[in-house]
Design a protein around this ligand. Structure first.
Ligand SMILES: [Zn+2]
Ligand SMILES: [Zn+2]
Length: 154
């Protein structure tokens, strides 16, 4: 098995100084985009080798979930366009097309891993098969809110 390319892997986590987003590469060195504070994360060697996240290097929590790195605006634009064209297409078929395009977009999106506790985002890593989709019950333990797009309708 060839090693997975981690060239674009990055970890976005809350800056210990100001709480804004700091981004860390695989060498473990991070710089806050807001206050420029330098931080380093202790990344386990396995993470660099396999690209599989076992626990959050920023806060140590092993409670992580997986979600699509979904660009809400792009998906919304497709739906709005579909609704706009609906009266001009037979049987409102543009709505169906928009839904299909949305589903296709969604399927192509990369998965990212997110920490329940500190909301660190892990991009470009392999998915750990133990990590599931966002679970509200687990999230409540950490007193966090669901990410946009996962609230139940209504
Ligand atoms: Zn900062
Ligand atoms: Zn964390």
């Amino acid at each position: 098995m060839s090693p997975r390319s981690l060239a674009r892997a990055e970890i976005a986590f809350p800056c210990p100084r100001c709480g804004k987003e700091a981004v860390c590469a695989l060498d473990g060195r991070a710089r806050c985009r807001s206050c420029q504070a330098e931080t380093s994360l202790a990344l386990p060697p396995e993470l660099r080798e396999t690209g599989v996240i076992e626990s959050c290097p920023a806060c140590g929590s092993a409670c992580l979930y997986v979600q699509r790195d979904f660009n809400q605006k792009a998906g919304l634009a497709v739906v709005v366009l579909g609704a706009f064209l609906a009266p001009f297409t037979p049987y409102y078929s543009s709505l169906v097309v928009a839904a299909l395009v949305d589903a296709a977009l969604y399927a192509m999106l990369p998965e990212i891993t997110v920490c329940y506790r500190c909301h660190a985002h892990f991009r470009g890593f392999a998915r750990n098969s133990r990590h599931q989709a966002f679970d509200l019950h687990l999230a409540e333990q950490y007193d966090v809110h669901p990410p946009p797009g996962t609230e139940p309708p209504g």
